[in-house]
Design a protein around this ligand. Structure first.
Ligand code: 7PJ
Length: 283
């Protein structure tokens, strides 16, 4: 077997010889019902620590919804939502990623101890690249066609895998040219971001082609609408579909999976890895 890829996230270093699991914690008003700001914080902290207990390797904190049709939030509001949680988790030694497209948010969360920036716009905002380059954090570069509000309006590709690969390769090159070491970069095809069901499926089968770029790949299939399309299930009833999608993505070469259901995904990966010839054991 080839020697595994590794990823440097601030002071953390991961040898990617088994699948890694990123647990998603959203701190948006619609992710909780009532209770006010402090209750939101305490609830999110509890949720994140539970995920770590369940085997998550890192927590991805998000303060702005990027679902199709979602409206943007201000920088101040986004920071009010995510900063207390980033600080609380970093203090406890948890590897924290922050899902944001805003350079000012990136700067503040890096100062607060986040070890990865997860940017669905692949650091294309002015200053985003410079801020990350000045730090030691890892970065996940995701492909998206269009903008969240309109991206699902009939996206068209000539060949989706070729186009996504070219975009991610160009962004990784731009980062390396700005001084970001290769070991700090993760690539993500961005399932559901300006893609039809057929595009998402083709891209999953195309993960081995993306892996030839030589960077770790992250797959975010959890609860996404393509899974609803395939199973006929509503968003809160897609656990089995999400687990199957994570396993399929790992089988095709993903090193990290971004999931809402950590406990179940970690169990599934442990069994599947133990029984697969080429996958590292998680036990
Ligand atoms: C993704 C993400 C993804 C990365 C979201 C949702 C929508 N970041 N942020 N990859 N999806 N890197 O979770 O359904 O697929 S938000």
């Amino acid at each position: 077997m080839l020697s595994p890829l590794s990823l440097t996230l601030g002071t953390h270093r991961w040898v990617l010889d088994r699948p890694y699991v990123m647990g998603v914690v959203n701190v948006t008003p619609d992710s909780f019902s009532g209770g006010g700001k402090l209750a939101n914080f305490e609830q999110s902290l509890k949720e994140a620590l539970m995920m770590i207990d369940d085997g998550a390797d890192m927590i991805d904190v998000g303060g702005e919804s990027s679902r199709p049709g979602a409206l943007p939030v201000s920088c101040d509001e986004e920071l009010r939502r995510v900063l207390p949680l980033v600080e609380a988790l970093a203090t406890r030694g948890v590897a924290v990623s922050v899902d944001t497209v805003k350079p000012a948010v990136m700067k503040a969360v890096i100062d607060a101890g986040a070890v990865m920036i997860n940017d669905i716009q692949a650091l294309q905002a002015p200053e985003a690249l410079a801020i990350v380059a000045r730090s030691q954090v890892a970065v996940c570069l995701m492909h998206m066609k269009g903008a969240p509000r309109t991206m699902q309006e009939a996206p068209v590709y000539d060949d989706v895998t070729t186009e996504v690969k070219a975009f991610l390769s160009a962004r990784a090159d731009a980062l390396e040219a700005a001084g970001v070491a290769r070991e700090r970069i993760v690539l993500d095809p961005g399932f559901g971001f300006g893609k039809t069901v057929a595009h998402n499926l083709a891209l999953t089968r195309g993960l081995p082609e993306l892996a030839t770029l030589g960077y770790p790949l992250l797959a975010g299939w959890s609860r996404k609408s393509t899974l609803g399309h395939l199973t006929g299930r509503a968003v809160d009833d897609r656990l089995a579909a999400s687990i199957a999608a994570s396993l399929a993505a790992v089988a095709q070469g993903a090193s990290i999976v971004r999931v809402h259901d950590v406990r179940e995904t970690v169990d599934a990966l442990r069994v599947w890895c133990a029984m697969s010839r080429d996958q590292g054991s998680v036990v």
